[in-house]
Design a protein around this ligand. Sequence first.
Ligand code: ZN
Length: 139
Amino acid sequence: MKSYRKELWIDAKSRVAFINITGNVQECLQESGVREGIVLVNAMHITASVFINDDEPGLHQDFRRWLEELAPHEPVSQYLHNRTGEDNGDAHLKRQIMGREVVVAITEGRLDFGPWEQIFYGEFDGKRRKRVLVKIIGE
Ligand code: ZN
């Protein structure tokens, strides 16, 4: 069995961002040489997500609005977590909703997606460098 591991660095310029990382994961798959197997992609930070959905700007705006309704950033004093001196209580909740990781099947050397599926990094406390782990196992 082959095993491959890589950390992708993400540098979101805004506090909230959705970044399509499908191409990065495909590059990892090429490097791994795996033809049949599984790829795991996870955020390595507890205020960021990795999720699969459509690469459609209107949908991404809908996600932003929906998440902000569920967990508004302001006022930061509404979150007990922010008593630690942080201001990212909302970002932890947003990450929990959007998820930590995705797993995608690898078939004949390709990501075995359904129609329109793309892999996104979701940032909820950005303006600093963060990592995404890509782990591939298979033959
Ligand atoms: Zn925090």
